[in-house]
Design a protein around this ligand. Structure first.
Ligand code: NAD
Length: 322
C-alpha cells in the first residue's frame, strides 16, 4: 500500500498536553493540514498555557488524562490521539517520583484504555531518549537495552512498552516516538527544570552567565520543534503504525559548549559561563540512529541547529518586547 492510499480524509485529532511547548507547535502545524478537520486539546494547564493555542484551530478542554470520564468525552470521534501530556523533566522526577509515575505511567495507561474504548484510535506517544540512560553505545538505536537513570525515564519506558503492547494485543495502530532534545518557540525558560536551549538563550538575552551543569562536554541530538511537528503530522495523515519505538531525531550531536558557540555567533558577542555540579540522572551523550525515521518519513527535511536557534532567539526577543 502506498503512503497516498493510506491517507484518510477528514480526521479529528486529540492532542493531550496540547497547550504545552511541543503540543501547541503541533496544533499550529495541524491547522495547516487540509486533511485534519478538528483538533481537540486535553490539558490541565499544569505547565502549558491556554495562550499558546491562540491562532490555532484547536479547541482546548481543561482536564486531566487521569480522569477516564474526561478522556471518553474528548475521545469521541477521534481518529488519532497524540499523547504528549506528561510531567516532563528528569530532575523534576527525581524530586517528585510519585507525580512522574501517576501522570507518565498511569496517565498513559488511561489514555490507552480510552483509545481502546473509543474503537482503536491511532495512538502516537511521546517517549524519550532518556530511556537509553546508562547505555553508553552511540548512536542510540532502538535494539539497545534501555537503562533508565531516573523515574522520568523509567515511566517513559513503561509508557512506550504499554503503547506497543496495546498495539499488538488489541490491534490498535500505534507509534512510540523517542524524542531527543526538542527546542524552539514556546519552550519556557525561567524555571528550575528549564531545558538547555531556552535556559541558555534566556540567560544570554538577560546578560546573565550561561548556567552549565558539569563541564559542558555533554552532547545532545537537538531537534527543532517544527521538524517534530512535521513528522507527527505525517504519521497521522499516513496512519503509520510501528511495532518498535522510533527515534525522532536525525543523528546530529552537539555538545553544550558548541551550542553556546552557536548562540554567541548569532548574537555577535562572547558569553560568560557559570559551571555548576553535574545533575543526577543526566546522560553524558545522546545521538539518535535515524535510519528507521528516514525509512518511515523520507520526505521530512530537518531544520538545522543554527536555523532553529535563530528562530528561537527571535521568539524570545518578541516575547520580551510584548
Ligand atoms: P510541556 O510541559 O510543555 O507539555 C506537557 C503538557 O502536558 C503541558 O501543557 C501540561 O500542562 C500538560 N499536562 C501535564 N499533566 C497533565 C495531565 N495530568 N493532564 C493533562 N495535561 C497534562 O512539555 P513538552 O516539552 O512539550 O513535552 C511534550 C511531551 O514530549 C512530554 O510527554 C515529554 O515528556 C515528551 N518529551 C519532550 C522532550 C523535549 O525535548 N521537550 C524530550 C523527550 C520527550
Amino acid at each position: 500500500m502506498t503512503a497516498l492510499e493510506r491517507r484518510i480524509d477528514g480526521q479529528a485529532i486529540l492532542v493531550t498536553g496540547g497547550a504545552g511547548f511541543i503540543g501547541a507547535n503541533l496544533c499550529r502545524r495541524l491547522g495547516n493540514d487540509e486533511l485534519i478537520t478538528e483538533v481537540v486539546v486535553l490539558d490541565d494547564l499544569s505547565s502549558g498555557l491556554a495562550s499558546n493555542l491562540e491562532g490555532t484551530k484547536a479547541r482546548l478542554v481543561e482536564g486531566t488524562i487521569t480522569d477516564p470520564d474526561q478522556l471518553d468525552e474528548v475521545f469521541a470521534g477521534a481518529n488519532s490521539v497524540v499523547h504528549l501530556a506528561a510531567k516532563p523533566s528528569v530532575p523534576r522526577s527525581i524530586v517528585d517520583p510519585f507525580s512522574s509515575h501517576r501522570i507518565n505511567t498511569d496517565g498513559t495507561f488511561e489514555v490507552l484504555e480510552a483509545a481502546r474504548r473509543a474503537g482503536g484510535a491511532q495512538v502516537i506517544f511521546a517517549s524519550s531518549s532518556s530511556v537509553y540512560g546508562a547505555n553508553p553505545t552511540l548512536p542510540k538505536h532502538v535494539d539497545l537495552a534501555p537503562r533508565p537513570l531516573s523515574p522520568y525515564a523509567a515511566a517513559k519506558l513503561s509508557g512506550e512498552s504499554n503503547v506497543l503492547a496495546w498495539r499488538h494485543a488489541y490491534d490498535m495502530p500505534a507509534l512510540a516516538f523517542r524524542f531527543f532534545n526538542v527546542f524552539g518557540p514556546l519552550q519556557q525558560a525561567g524555571h528550575a527544570y528549564a531545558a538547555v536551549v531556552p535556559a541558555f538563550i534566556d540567560a544570554a538575552l538577560d546578560g546573565r552567565p550561561i548556567p552549565v551543569h558539569g563541564d559542558g562536554s555533554q552532547s545532545r541530538d537537538f531537534t527543532y520543534v517544527d521538524t517534530v511537528a512535521d513528522v507527527i503530522a505525517t504519521a497521522i495523515t499516513e496512519r503509520i503504525s510501528e511495532p518498535q519505538p522510533v527515534n525522532l531525531a536525525f543523528g546530529s550531536r552537539t555538545d553544550l559548549l558548541g551550542l553556546i558557540s552557536v548562540i554567541e555567533d548569532l548574537l555577535g558577542r562572547k558569553l560568560e559561563r557559570e559551571h555548576t555540579d553535574p545533575r543526577a540522572g543526566d546522560v553524558p551523550h545522546s545521538q539518535a540512529d535515524a535510519s528507521r525515521l528516514h525509512e518511515l518519513f523520507p520526505q521530512v527535511e530537518p531544520v538545522g541547529l543554527e536555523q532553529g536557534v535563530t528562530a528561537t532567539l527571535d521568539w524570545f526577543r518578541t516575547i520580551r518586547r510584548n
